[in-house]
Design a protein. Structure first.
Length: 69
């Protein structure tokens, strides 16, 4: 699941990539990319930020068990 704050950007970029559009509107902002490559790089950026935010918020624990037998 994407982190809050990135879901709208990711959805808008995915929709634009699927249709070949270079102008993306999200949260009232409009951006026109120079190329599909630029749009896909931005999509990768937001996906990475969302993944990092989700993994950083996940608690981590390590359990070690020693069995002398």
């Amino acid at each position: 699941m994407a982190a809050p704050g990135y879901e709208a950007e990711i959805a808008a970029l995915e929709a634009a990539a699927a249709t070949g559009e270079l102008t993306v509107e999200s949260d009232g902002d409009r951006v026109t990319y120079r190329s599909a490559s630029d749009l896909l790089k931005t999509l990768d950026y937001f996906r990475a930020k969302a993944a990092a935010a989700v993994s950083a918020s996940r608690p981590r624990a390590v359990v070690a068990v020693f069995d002398p037998e």
